[in-house]
Design a protein around this ligand. Sequence first.
Ligand code: MGD
Ligand code: SF4
Length: 746
Amino acid sequence: MKTTRREFIKISSLGLGGIMLSSPLLSLFKDDDEEKRNDEITSKRYPNYCEVCFWNCAAWVYTNEKGELWKIIGHEDDPNCNGRLCPRGTGGVGMYSDDDRLKKPLIRVEENGIQTYREAEWDEALDLIAEKLSGIKEKYGAESVAVFNHGSSGKHFTNFLQAFGSTNFAGPAYAQCKGPREEAFEVTFGHALHSPEPLDIRDTKCLVLIGSHLGENMHNGQVQEMSDAIDNGATIITVDPRFSTAASKSKYWLAIKPATDLALLLAWINVIIEDELYDKNYVEKYTSGFDLLKEHIKSYTPEWAYGKTTIKPDIIRATAKEMANASPAVIVHPGRHTTWYGDDTQRLRAVAILNALLGSYGKRGGIYIPDTASVYKFPGIPAFPKPSWSWNDIYPEKYPLASLGVTNVLVDASHPDNTSDKSIKAWIVIGTNLIATMPNIARTVEAIQNTEFVVVIDTMPAEITGYADVVLPECTYLERYDDLRLAQGRIPTVALRVPAMEPRFDSKPAWWMAKQLANRLNLGDYFPYEDYSEVLEYQLEKLGTSLDEMKTKGVLVLDRPYDDLYYKDDEEIEFHTNTGKIELFSTSLAAYGFDGLPKYTEHAQPPAGFFRLIYGRAPMHTFSRTTNNPNLCDLQDENKLWVNPKIADQWGFTADQEIWLQNQDGIVSSFPIKIRITERIRWDSVYMTHGFGHQSDKLTRAFARGLSDTEMITKIMIDPVNGNTGMRGNFVTFLTEKPIKEEVES
Ligand code: MGD
Ligand code: SF4
């Protein structure tokens, strides 16, 4: 194999089925009441909020009489979980107990021409990072250092970066996930949705899920509310090429031809306008651009959409009527992982427009107006210096409506083919496994090879750690303080995280690492505390409570100061858009030369012998972060490839047969995947869950189990509005024999 400057080190060289589709949605949650009844008097409990996914449910962490970690249960006062954690949250104990965890700081060294890591003490590792970062700052400017972050602890390093003089930070939660819907709602309603999405599912009469597989995509509170809505007789309409768990609960399952969702959305808009099913009062009072929309939508008839989507015109009409009958208690769900085909902001604009026409925004059973708690900044922290450039200056002509850092822009600015005079020379990566997360792995690796220094802060020997110059082991969320969780919701709440356990091995919290590094770089003023509990103490006192009190309460439920959860009938509202109205025609998009109204774009369909690769979530796992978790592995330890029986028959496949995949660019999967033959997937597509097929053999349970969807995603369709990476235009074919990979001479 050809060696590169920064060889991927499998940290091993250190010397060191999921739920049945027919299950009731709520059976996935643990009965915590039963657990509570069994609590032993000798146990202790500590408040925390779950870090297994970004729903961040508040929880109680219990230790037993020996002080060992015992169990985690949902916090009874938390609206994100209502006292119940999902299986992943309960399995969070496995993040603590996993013996594969990173144990000590590691420094890349070369021994006898072979790159490896050696263990180091914290002082040595931090001194080295400080020295390298200062050198890079001196040579290229502070702005040439970037942070890639995801999860609660990333904040400590984005603060560090800003103190250092750079604002080049970005997380995959934007450009590989929610970006399109955030920008679409921002330009339409003047407000992005944020997380948890303010959807009034519990009171809705009609929920439309278009590419959103609630139930498998286990966002706790939302799944619970959907279950309640179903019990209350709400109509569920699911649009998915796959018969998902949600589809099995739906009155209508629309098995759409992939890549044509925008055609369906436009046809729904057409029916709702042409048949005068929209909320006339609401549209007249609150929206602008209706006449332009009406004219624009004329040709997008259900008959036209049938040719694109394979969904019959009478079904398109019937489902549009269902929505209108429920109006305003109807939600066209905006989804979460929305980066599909590169025209995603326009697709999500169509979603936003539909919600507006149905009058659901600001209404009970539709989209409510959320409230969020705020806290005081710890006193004495100086203002951050102003950098001379930021991520949005790298390619100023591109992505004008990106409101957050774009990960792939930072990758491009690190890559040898970067055309900008601004470039990134060092990476600090915290809480994100970029190799499993960013599409086009080869490009990410090329960018890494072209940087001068890479630090990775993780809890696990994930793939990204193998590309670092220095690896820092972070302790898990069960072993550290972190910022208060200030989740938006119907009522503002504050949740506290305190350590229930001492950090295992030689791991440390990120706040401590950031402070230690800052001290070494004369930036200590930005971290004016000895322990992070001082920050929490200060902020909680300002909220009228204290750290001690919150240790016994866990969650603070605040009053909503105004009665403004929903708009009142005929209330005057000024929206934060250019026109002060809900913009059916977007003046912001038009001002930047984009379509002010969504237009249908044709996307390539798979060539003969190939199938569109679609991917999603498993209820037991979150991305690649949980697939080595000992508890969650027991529930699901590999992914399978869903193949339609017609195709299985053509290829002569049998159930559980192992095959390899090859994509349209000739990329062959590193590992095989077992086949699941099922009518629940269209014949032109295959499906797998994301997060499997790990390459790092130090992840002893997850290594080579299943197949990585990311490995197959080499074609990226960039959304010109915000630079987000459309990932669903990749096609795969099947290899029934183990492929022989060409060895390249080193
Ligand atoms: P993970 O792959 O789970 O998700 O992308 P990522 O955030 O990169 O990697 C998380 C990393 O954080 C792991 O290495 C884990 O060990 C580490 N970690 C966990 N807890 C801690 C902690 O407390 N501290 C530190 N320092 N590290 C921790 C998610 C992103 O992926 C998102 S949001 C979406 S929606 C996209 N989904 C997606 C997909 O479905 N398919 C494909 N192919 N790519 C995708 N990319 C995106
Ligand atoms: Fe944790 Fe599940 Fe809540 Fe996510 S939904 S924060 S994994 S309990």
